[in-house]
Design a protein around this ligand. Structure first.
Ligand code: 9MR
Length: 467
């Protein structure tokens, strides 16, 4: 039955996505657009989303410790975190910004920054906000004062958390936010100004790479291209303007509508101008949840084949949208239950996808449990071994090709003199560090980072093998 359900859904995907899926391209698939650090080096971001615990009480932060960041670094050498923040915590009353909450976020940012991480702040929401039900049993993000249900029901008897999105009260809350009802034009303005408050607080913090404007946007009763090119684009334009009024340099990460696009369908997100002086810093940050896996199948046999096909459509459609946006790509979320058959293979598949696209990624999530890298007792799940990969954290040029194996890494790039290339090498394949085929290499055993100084122009193929 389950299989029949996803085969039908996939047939719909084939019809909808088929027209654009043929456009496979050579490297660099990113169109030469990459997220860069303050020196101008290309960043390849690898990390996690924090953490479900932030979805609880308004001002909660991850139930993690500094030692958890150290452990994650030791095991996987991550350099990136998609850090969840909540609108209801930033703006608990209309126009009132909670500076104490932002201070607490800043402390986390400092912990990550001290360990060499880049932080993307993600204004998270699921199901609009916790005020969609009187008990707060579902939903997170928006404040109660911005939640207008008009007395419409939200049934708490749901087969999965996502189906709450279909409840009349939840749809109405979104319809008011997007001003589809014409009754609350002030809400989007509040949201954009809440972002201004966040950007004003973090604009000079070098650990903050940028801002993910809204998690998994949902259009309420306006869906698809009408939503993405309509109210969602209007919100993004307003928010970009507010952020840029205080922070000219932070990267702005835009998500498409989640439903459908997370599975591989095309997005209709339009191009956005970046009012900053100099090259635009707008990136495209979609999520990837292949439909067969979303419906509960394993990454094995026939379901694996279909998952691989949908990942192919996802890549082609993401690159098409990124071209339209003139934006580099960051995979903001992917993840699955790591105890399921084939889960580690899916992680390997997505790492290779990221390498091919020159895209960074954040796994969902860092929470303890079967989806995370460590279970509730702190024991490593198969994710740790699957995600501990050699990768170029920063590249002194424009990448052309990246390929990792357990005991080798090849990075081809057009050097541009922005600085040395830094490569993370996991203990499993590189116990004593690495040897570089080009340039002068310095091994930092504590950080497990090989810094390679190559010539500063021309095409370079750098192969790293175990020392
Ligand atoms: O994994 C999360 C699950 O435990 C929560 O009940 C749910 C609702 O808050 O959110 C899940 O996380 C989702 C994330 O917030 C948005 N992208 C998809 C994630 C996995 O379903």
């Amino acid at each position: 039955m389950k299989r029949a359900r996803w085969i039908v859904s996939l047939a719909a995907l084939v019809v909808l996505a088929g027209g654009v899926a043929a456009a496979t391209r050579g490297v660099p698939e990113s169109g030469g657009r990459f997220i860069t650090d303050e020196q101008g080096r290309t960043l390849i971001l690898r990390g996690f989303n924090t953490a479900g615990s932030t979805k609880g009480a308004p001002d909660t932060l991850p139930e993690l410790t500094k030692a958890d960041i150290d452990l994650e670094y030791r095991d996987m050498g991550t350099n990136f975190v998609r850090f969840l923040i909540m609108w209801r915590a930033v703006e608990p009353q209309p126009g009132v910004y909670d500076t104490k909450y932002l201070d607490k976020v800043a402390e986390w940012v400092r912990w990550y920054g001290e360990r060499g991480y880049h932080v993307m702040l993600d204004m998270h929401q699921d199901l609009w906000g916790n005020a969609i039900t009187p008990t707060g049993v579902a939903g997170n993000g928006a404040p109660a004062w911005a939640t207008h249900l008009d007395g419409l029901p939200v049934d708490t008897d749901q087969p999965t958390w996502e189906t709450y999105y279909l409840e009349p009260g939840v749809i109405r809350a979104f319809d008011h936010f997007w001003d589809t009802t014409g009754e609350h034009p002030e809400l989007m303005d509040h949201y954009a100004k809440a972002w201004k408050a966040v950007a004003a607080r973090f604009k000079d913090d070098p650990a903050v790479l940028g801002y993910d404007l809204m998690n998994e946007p949902w259009g309420g009763s306006v869906q698809g291209p009408r939503f993405e090119a309509g109210p969602l684009a209007a919100l993004y334009r307003a928010t970009i303007a507010e952020i840029r009024s205080v922070d000219p340099d932070g990267w702005i990460f835009l998500e498409p509508q989640a439903v459908g696009v997370n599975w591989g369908l095309p997005s209709a997100l339009p191009h956005f101008d970046d009012p900053r002086d100099g090259a635009p810093r707008i990136a495209y940050a979609p999520h990837l949840y292949p439909l067969p896996l979303d419906l509960g199948d394993d990454y094995t046999a026939g379901s694996k084949e279909w998952t691989d096909r949908t990942i192919g459509w996802w890549r082609d459609n993401v690159l098409r949208t990124a071209d339209r946006l003139g934006a580099p790509v960051l995979l903001g979320e992917f993840g699955l239950d790591m105890t399921r058959p084939g889960a580690a293979d899916l992680v390997d598949r997505v790492v290779r996808l990221g390498e091919g696209m020159g895209a960074g990624m954040a796994y969902w999530s860092r929470d303890p449990g079967s989806w995370g890298p460590y279970d509730e007792k702190g024991k490593a799940t198969p994710l740790v071994a699957a995600y501990a990969r050699p990768y170029p954290r920063a590249i002194g040029g424009v990448p052309v090709d990246i390929r990792s194996e357990a005991r080798s890494l090849t990075v081809t790039f057009d050097a541009n003199g922005t600085g040395p290339t830094e490569i993370y090498l996991p203990a499993a394949g590189f116990p004593d560090g690495g040897r570089a085929s080009e340039g002068e290499a310095t091994w930092d055993a504590a950080r497990r980072v090989l810094t390679v100084r190559t010539k500063t122009s021309g095409r370079i193929t750098l192969t790293i093998t175990p020392a």
